[in-house]
Design a protein around this ligand. Sequence first.
Ligand code: PHE
Length: 455
Amino acid sequence: MNKYNSTDNKRDHFSSSIGFILASAGSAIGLGNLWKFPYVAGSSGGGLFLIFYIIFTLILGIPLIVAEMSIGRKTQLNPIGAFQKLDKRFTFIGIMGVLCAIVVISYYIVVGGWVIKYLYEFLKGAKDIGTDTELYFNNFVSSPLEPLIFMLIFLAITALIVTGGVSKGIEKISKIMLPALLIMIIIVAIRSLTLEGASKGVEFFLKPHPEQFKSIADVGRVMALAMGQVFFSLSIGTGITVTYGSYLKKNSDITKDAFIITVLDVFVAVLSGLAILPAVFSLNLTPSASPGLLFSTLTHVFEIIPLGKIFGVVFFLLVLFAALTSSISMLEVSASFLIDNFKFSRKKAITATCILVGIVGIFASLSNGTLSGVQILGNNIFDALSFFTDKILMPLTSLFTCIFLGYFFGADKISEEINTGAKKIRTVWLKIFTILIKYVAPILILIIFIMGLIK
Ligand code: PHE
């Protein structure tokens, strides 16, 4: 037995299938759905983006989630241990996944902190924000100390939940937060869709905008954006699904679970488009392509519409829940590695990760102000971290996973794992899965990867 493979027979498991589904959907549903998706869809082809997004979710998202979940459940190990157990030469895929989770959480906690700050302001009645919401936001994020304090609060809450373990921490909190989030987003969407002039926002979001496609290159750009969105939104290539899969019992139906998680993620993405854009357009505002969409444009909307302050509280609480259920999944990846590999206690594993992530987070936060002059390949630290994960680590980890499963480990052996626990053997699906993992996904991912590097 090598050092990565020391399986602990006391390994915690999700106590129920619904708990696993809610925790995984919680990881998937996050800031990617709430601010990235609506804007990217609206500004990159509307209905056509949506069609690409759904196609890629089906042919790329679902097979990759199924693959990662199967690797986790088969090995009952963290991503690094899992790949090493299956084939030592591919341990690097696990390392890339764990690294990706650690880097994403380092900048995710910065935005998580902003969400707590805005929730706090709205709870106080949003008196201090004033009418120039953009100026307020810019002043806040560029100030040296305040964002750091809120970031640390967000990290501390994340750590506290993960300390509880899988069934008593992550599963328990996801069972509360995810349903609450779903209810809240429906409420906010109804409020938004019933505002006067809401239809302009729906049109921006859903109507195909063929005028945006002047050449093949434009179509390629939108396809690359749609594929990137599928990756980020489903937390693919980050070791999360392998880790959560390792806490699954053998009687779980992987295909069914993956399908439900994906449907929930798409549902919330579409609903957040219907919650955010109609509100923005009803006030004749322009949606921005940055966190500014939530923190300045939408805040402005909440200041104006009737009962807006109350909807502001509901909205930022919902964003907080979405961000927390994502950040706990990222922290768990690194914790599970340190526990499996170095025999750390859960507390020690979490403390060590938080110290590392907290330090990187401080630099990411300061890069919006004090350290804005520090540039890495033309990006500030915050954007560089995001570029490194979204454009490089996530696609490459997934590409290597497909190559490994399709050409080295064998699609038939992974299909066996997919079948285990399934109520019925889905022969046609397994055939499709094999084709997707061996041919379709690697080619498409290679395209995203190259397109993502060309500006
Ligand atoms: N999927 C999450 C979201 O949509 C973000 C995330 C990315 C979470 C990578 C974990 C890993 O916001």
